[in-house]
Design a protein around this ligand. Structure first.
Ligand SMILES: *[C@@H]1O[C@H](CO)[C@@H](O)[C@H](O)[C@H]1NC(C)=O
Length: 637
């Protein structure tokens, strides 16, 4: 996320932020030389990077890889019955913003298109493919048509709402785990879909988002064709449908017609800078997925029209240019691409930190550098034959950037990896997990969100669960870092931060030769299964097949890898969130006292056979009591 209002403030003394200067050496980037052998274990970093998507995962889980996450949002639906349960939550929040979501799926697919062979060779391909499919599955549900109207889910989730005439944060004001969102969301707002719409009489298209979705589905089709041709066909068909929607009803979601409050934060936090870059990328991927010349012509037109600046969820002209250049070898395009990289390479116009990171923006600085590193590795492959020197410079650039993130600056910026990795990322689920906070502070459950948020935001307690593989926002321009949740400009983690980063890691594995790396596994990682809350709740680890060297400490056996693990029954499930209540408020919904306790096993059950129900009720009564007091105070104000 690039900018955000101060979303939370409390009348508490603020502990001064501890600014850390990493001890790594100051470097002269111009003389940085590419290490001859891999300096870091990129396979381990990639393995962990994919693990982060489990922390973000929404919907019904095939199994629980992390003890502290389970199924959530299972009954999430649009107003027209669309299944919106899947995908990922964007960041610490549980929003599904269209643009960044589409970007993430597209990029995860692109990673496999470029570097899938390297992933295969080190055992990470199946996980990569599963994530593309998971993301694409969500996008297959966002378009619907009825009553002469076409529509697209642009945003899913309630970020803000007007309550008693005042605009309040909803999702951003919720500090608990995604599993219990519906139950404890501020003002009891459930999730809701916000739409782009087109018909004979209405143009409320959202070309930026539609093109992001179309690019994602078309890229997914290219990446997945080898493993599931039928699924790839569905992706292509839907990509075309959504692309047609976006080109037929041309409008940006920045347009005032998107006046509903559901769009307000999105417009502010993820502003669109025009959609020619999104159309350029979508038409390019559609061409690659279909080889239909119509899309090639459109790709050339849009790519010519679009600016080439940064590479991010917002700006994608450079991505379209690189993909299109590979197809056409157009020299005008090549010089534009060269201009982009010239700015990034040593001596270019983009500033650097003293320890060598290219520094585009303060908010999420590492993600911009990781995105550029991915493009450099990709373009180096394209030009390698004709310009070996240029390709080598691009690779050296990518190595310097990724090595900075993994430790060269004196610390790691990746959760659970390397030296001095971030301990306090701005991530709610790994701090307040459904298996944790009731065990240690039962009064917290159902307590006022501001109180929970105060603990989260201003506490200097490390996240209670290791957020493996999450690339944090990054440093100040002088390389310093503030490892606390309050400074989320630096400590935020998001689905899009990790997307191209994982592709760059795979690119480096390819460069150094996959055979020079071992495989990575969950062996030795603390995924929360020994946490008292997991044990007390009777949660058990999935049972992986013997010889599964991806998830266990077993030596590899080829027959084991593709099986879906068996998971024993997990009694420690969150309380049934009940029906979500879109747009219902305290007053209209009957209030938070209508807590659902109907026969669902308790998240706090210590003995699933006997007292589960009793405890569930008891703890719910504690919650009811706390809420009653809260309500009384609220009315008293
Ligand atoms: C190359 O692309 C430019 C626009 O970027 C276009 O004007 C030109 O005609 C293209 N050249 C060829 C040979 O297709």
């Amino acid at each position: 996320m690039r900018s955000r209002l101060i979303i939370f403030s409390a009348l508490l003394p603020i502990v001064p932020a501890q600014v850390i200067t990493p001890p790594g050496p100051i470097v002269d980037s111009a003389s940085y030389t590419a290490p001859a052998t891999a300096k870091y274990n990129y396979v381990d970093a990639l393995h962990k990077s994919f693990l982060f998507y489990w922390a973000q995962r929404s919907g019904t889980q095939p199994y629980d890889r992390l003890a502290w996450r389970t199924s959530s949002c299972q009954d999430c639906k649009g107003d027209y019955g669309e299944d919106l349960s899947g995908g990922w939550y964007e960041a610490a929040n549980t929003m599904k913003w269209g643009g960044p979501f589409g970007f993430t799926v597209m990029q995860l697919a692109w990673n496999v298109v470029e570097f899938g062979d390297a992933m295969k060779a080190v055992g990470e391909y199946e996980e990569a493919v599963a994530w593309i499919k998971h993301g694409a599955d969500y996008l297959l549900s966002v378009y619907s048509t009825s009553g002469g109207e076409e529509r697209l889910v642009g945003v899913y989730g309630v970020s803000a709402a007007v309550v008693n005439g005042k605009t309040e944060d909803v999702d951003f004001g919720y500090f608990g785990p995604p599993e219990e969102y519906t139950q404890w969301a501020p003002f009891k707002y459930g999730r809701k879909a916000f739409y782009c719409v087109g018909s004979a009489s209405v143009n409320k298209g959202c070309t930026d988002i539609a093109a992001d979705y179309a690019a994602a589905l078309a890229a997914a089709a290219v990446a997945l064709r080898a493993v599931d041709a039928a699924f790839a066909d569905r992706c292509v068909a839907m990509a075309k449908t959504i692309y047609n929607f976006g080109t037929k009803y041309q409008k940006s979601y920045q347009d005032p017609v998107f006046s509903d409050i559901g769009w307000t934060n999105y417009k502010e936090w993820y502003p669109s800078t025009g959609y020619s870059d999104e159309l350029a990328l979508a038409s390019t991927w559609l061409y690659l997925a279909t080889r239909d010349q119509t899309f090639l012509t459109q790709s050339q037109t849009y790519t010519t029209q679009t600016d080439i600046t940064e590479y991010s969820w917002a700006d994608k002209g450079i991505a379209a240019a690189i993909l299109l250049h590979r197809e056409t070898k157009n020299s005008t395009l090549l010089s534009r691409i060269d201009g982009y990289f010239k700015n990034l390479l040593p001596g270019g116009s983009i500033p650097r930190t003293p320890r060598g990171l290219v520094y585009l923006y303060k908010w999420g600085s590492l993600r911009y550098a990781a995105n550029a590193a991915f493009l450099a590795l990709t373009h180096a492959k394209n030009v390698g034959g004709s310009d070996a020197g240029g390709a080598a410079r691009l690779k050296t650039f990518a190595m310097q950037q990724i090595n900075y993130m993994l430790g060269d600056c004196g610390r790691s910026w990746l959760g659970g990896f390397g030296v001095d990795s971030p301990k306090l990322p701005y991530h709610k689920g790994s701090y307040n997990s459904f298996i944790d906070y009731p065990m240690f502070d039962i009064m917290k459950r159902g307590q006022d969100n501001a109180a929970i948020g105060t603990d989260f935001l201003y506490s200097r307690t490390p996240n209670r669960f290791v957020l493996y593989g999450a690339l944090v926002g990054g440093p100040n321009q002088d390389d310093t870092y503030v490892d606390n949740r309050e400074d989320y400009v630096f400590t935020e983690v998001t689905q899009d931060y990790n997307a191209a980063f994982s592709g760059a890691l795979a690119g480096l594995i390819e460069h150094y030769g996959p055979a020079n790396f071992g495989r990575a596994s969950d062996c030795g990682l603390d995924l929360g299964w020994n946490h008292p809350g997991a044990i007390a709740g009777g949660r058990s680890k999935p049972v992986y097949a013997s010889g599964d060297c991806y998830h266990t400490c077993d030596a590899c056996s080829s027959s084991a890898s593709p099986q879906v693990p068996q998971q024993p029954q997990q009694p420690n499930q969150p309380v049934n969130p009940g029906q979500s209540k879109p747009d219902s408020t305290l007053a209209s919904s009957g209030g938070p006292l209508s807590i659902n306790t109907n026969g669902v096993s308790s998240p706090w059950t210590e003995d699933k056979k006997s007292s589960g129900m009793g405890k569930s009720l008891a703890y719910n009564l504690v919650g009811v009591l706390a809420l009653t007091i809260g309500l009384m105070m609220w009315f008293a104000m």
